[in-house]
Ligand binder design. Sequence first.
Ligand code: FES
Length: 344
Amino acid sequence: MDAVLTREEAPARHGDVRLRKLEVCLRSITALADDINAFEFVSADGQPLPGFTAGSHIDVHLSGRMVRQYSLCNSPIERDRYVVAVLRDRQGRGGSMAMHDELRAGQKLKISRPRNHFALSTSARRHVFIAGGIGITPIVAMISEVQRRGESFHLYYCARSAQRAAFLDELQPLVERGDVSVHFDQGDPRNGLDLVSTLKEYLPGTHLYYCGPGRLMDAIEAASAHWPPAARHCERFSAGAATRSRPNDIPDGDGDEDAPFDVELRRSHKTFTVHPGESIVDVLRSHGVDVDTSCREGYCGTCMTRYLAGEPLHRDTVLDDEDREAFVMICCSRAKSQTLVLDI
Ligand code: FES
C-alpha cells in the first residue's frame, strides 16, 4: 500500500507546484512601528523565489504545527525576497507571538508559495484603498504596483496613532502628493475616517480594496453596499461578516449541508465516511492522516487540496470558480456527491 505523501512530495509527482512548500531563510527582522516587525525571507538555496502579484500572501509554518498567513508587503517586481509585516497580537491565537518571540535572523523555515485572493483589478480606471492598522500590509504592495503601472489611486490609511502605523515613512511622499490620507483615531472610532461620505459616490470604473480589523471591514462593507460587488475586494483576518464583497466569496448555495459522504484518498487507497457535524479534516486526522490547517473556517487557503472525482460542496470564501474545478478546502467544505476523491 502506498504511504500517504506529504504536501511537499505530492505535487512533485502530480505536477502541481502550487501546493509545494518552499524552504526559506529569515534574513532580517526590522521594527516598523510599536509591536509591528517586518520579516524578510530569502530563498534557502539561492535560487530566485517564485514570482507573486500584489495582494498575495504566504503561509508561514511555525513551531507546534502552527500555520499562519501573512500578506507580502514588498514590491511584486522583487524576486529575491518576500517581506511580511506582523503585528504582535496578545489576544490572538499565538501565531504573531511566535513570529515575534521565537524567530531569529538566520533561521530556516517552511513557507507556502504565494497565493492571491486579493488581486488588483486589471480593468479599473481608479483604485481606492482603505487600510486599517496592520491591514496596510497587502495594500502597500498594491500601491507599489499601481504606481508602477501609472494608474490613478487613493489610499485612506486608518490607524490608532503614528506610533502604531507601519510604513508611514515610505508613504509620506504620497501623502504630500495627495494620493494618501492618514487618519489617526487615538482609539476612538468616532475620530476616524467618515466611511459613509467617503464611499457615498460610486464612479464607474473605480475599484475598492479594503483590509483591516473586523469592525472596520463590516463598516466599509455597509458603507459600500451600493457599489457593484465586482468592484469591491477585501481581505479579512477572520471569516467575519455575513455578507461578502467579492463574487467569488459566495459559497455554494445548494447541497445538503449535513448529508454524510465518503472521502476517498486515491493515493493512499483509503476511504472514510464524513458524518454530519464532522469536517473532512476531522475525519482524516482521526485516522492519522496529516493535513495542514490554519483558520479552519475556509478563508486562509492552507488546507487547499486537489480533488480527482466527485462534486464538492464548497464552503470556503477564497477559491474562484476556476480553482473550484480542481481544488477544495477540506476544513469546511463537504460533498454534494456520495464520494469525493482527494489527491492524497
Ligand atoms: S484551514 Fe484555512 S481555508 Fe482551510
